[in-house]
Design a protein around this ligand. Structure first.
Ligand SMILES: Cc1cc2nc3c(=O)[nH]c(=O)nc-3n(C[C@H](O)[C@H](O)[C@H](O)COP(=O)(O)OP(=O)(O)OC[C@H]3O[C@@H](n4cnc5c(N)ncnc54)[C@H](O)[C@@H]3O)c2cc1C
Length: 413
């Protein structure tokens, strides 16, 4: 089959936008058009609201939308991870029910994986799901759940068999959070935001058709979600449009304010390398040879990490299996973030601790310092990434395991 060229895609999307784009439409109406035409998620399969385009050509579509100021689908959020997982493991019923509303942004999602005793050791989850002959009954607790306070659905990892080995006793569900058996309690972080929650389940219910894949296959499904999460570690940025006029822009701004609110500090969490040189110039720190040296080290690191991730994307585009670049990306991002926080501290000095409107960059520098640690934790800690690289990339001997046999008998936190 001959592959579609960049020029063909550009011409097609441009013509489609010319005929259809209207900033006075409602956001949902417009995104339904995107779902029908496939231009909202062009890399998805044709039968599920996409156009089956290779990943490398998505950029062309984005460029044409940006040139016209046309609104696309929400770039970040956990709905995207849920969608990627459903495309791989979901039933037709689930794809039919959930994918379109992820594109339109009508449903927001959260990820109900981590528990107080199982974060890195995710397969040790103890939230239980029991089938009562009609539906699944859920009891237990999750924590660190980004966006649970406004999510409609959550992807839930729960234990369905206590006698199977740890990884084989888990199942993956789609849980409706807006029901009486679910209690969501926000947690406040040291940077002042409250993006995470504790979520408690007391006889919460999941219909049997919301089980993803099969009973006992939850770990395999969760691995798919995590692979997408690590690949898009910081794919949460929202478009910064000029104050354009039209109903759709107003609705998009409102959506960004609410749905993307938990991700507001994510640029700071990545270290704000983009601010380093400007800050060095405005403070005069660029004249200090020691600071210059540290800036040079940071820029070298940040640029090589970027090139490594571009190599990983190129491999992905060509449909080749992911190499070591994929595993290195997340670890590199957290190294860059921590180095950037160090350099910001050198540049700004003790004033980096100030948070008022008059403080350096109105408190953004302080926010960087208290947000960067999250990069080394979210989506798998640095230590876990190193274990993955050691075992799967370098093929070093595996960590000794003490969790074989029925999960019921395994020692746990
Ligand atoms: C910004 C952010 C957003 C998040 N969003 C979500 C979300 O939406 N949904 C969700 O379910 N979770 C979410 N998390 C939780 C995240 O996935 C967990 O925090 C993470 O997996 C680590 O688990 P833990 O906090 O339980 O730490 P632990 O697993 O208790 O780890 C504690 C320390 O021990 C180390 N350690 C543990 N095991 C090993 C080992 N085998 N070898 C070496 N060192 C080890 C760890 O590296 C860490 O330093 C989020 C976290 C952050 C920071």
């Amino acid at each position: 089959m001959s592959q579609i060229s960049e020029a063909e895609v550009r011409a097609e999307v441009r013509a489609w936008l010319k005929a259809n784009w209207d900033p006075d439409m409602s956001l949902v109406e417009w995104r339904n058009k995107l779902a029908d035409s496939g231009w909202g998620m062009p890399q998805w399969p044709r039968e599920w609201h996409g156009r089956g385009l290779p990943g490398g050509l998505v950029r062309v579509v984005d460029e044409e939308f940006a040139a016209l100021g046309a609104v696309g689908v929400l770039k970040g959020g956990i709905g995207r991870l849920a969608a990627a997982t459903l495309l791989e493991h979901g039933t037709d019923f689930q794809k039919q029910k959930f994918l379109r509303r992820i594109i339109t942004g009508e449903d927001t999602w959260c990820q109900l994986f981590s528990e107080p005793g199982s974060g890195s050791d995710l397969a040790g989850a103890t939230t239980r799901a029991e089938f009562d002959g009609k539906e699944w009954i859920i009891n237990g607790q999750k924590v660190w759940t980004t966006s649970a306070h406004h999510a409609k659905y959550g992807t839930l990892l729960a234990r369905t068999d206590w006698d199977a080995p740890k990884h084989d006793g888990l199942s993956y569900f789609i849980l409706d959070l807006k029901q009486p058996g679910v209690e969501v309690k926000p947690l406040r972080q040291m940077n002042g935001y409250a993006s995470f929650n504790q979520v408690f389940f007391t006889d919460a219910k999941v219909p049997s058709e919301h089980l993803v894949s099969s009973v006992g296959n939850g770990w395999q499904v969760a691995v798919t979600t995590l692979a997408h999460e690590r690949r898009f570690a910081d794919g949460t940025s929202s478009p910064r449009r000029r104050q354009r006029e039209g109903r759709i822009y107003e609705e998009e701004r409102a959506e960004i304010t609410t749905v993307m609110e938990p991700y507001k500090w994510y640029p700071q969490r990545a270290g704000r390398v983009d601010l380093v040189i400007e800050r060095a110039r405005e403070t005069g720190a660029d004249q200090d040879p020691q600071v210059r040296q540290e800036i040079a080290k940071l820029m070298t690191l940040a640029n090589s990490a970027e090139w490594t991730s571009r190599r990983a994307r190129a491999v992905q585009r060509q449909g080749r299996p992911q190499g070591p670049e994929g595993s290195l990306g997340k670890l590199a991002a957290s190294h860059v973030a921590r180095s950037a926080a160090h350099v910001h501290t050198l540049i700004t000095g003790t004033a980096a601790m100030l948070t008022s409107a008059e403080s350096p960059r109105a408190g953004v520098i302080a926010e960087i310092l208290v947000s960067v640690p999250a990069t080394s934790i979210a989506g798998g800690t640095d230590e876990i990434q190193r274990n993955i690289i050691a075992e799967r990339v370098l093929e070093l001997p595996k960590e000794p395991r003490f969790d074989a046999g029925p999960f019921r008998k395994v020692r746990r936190n």
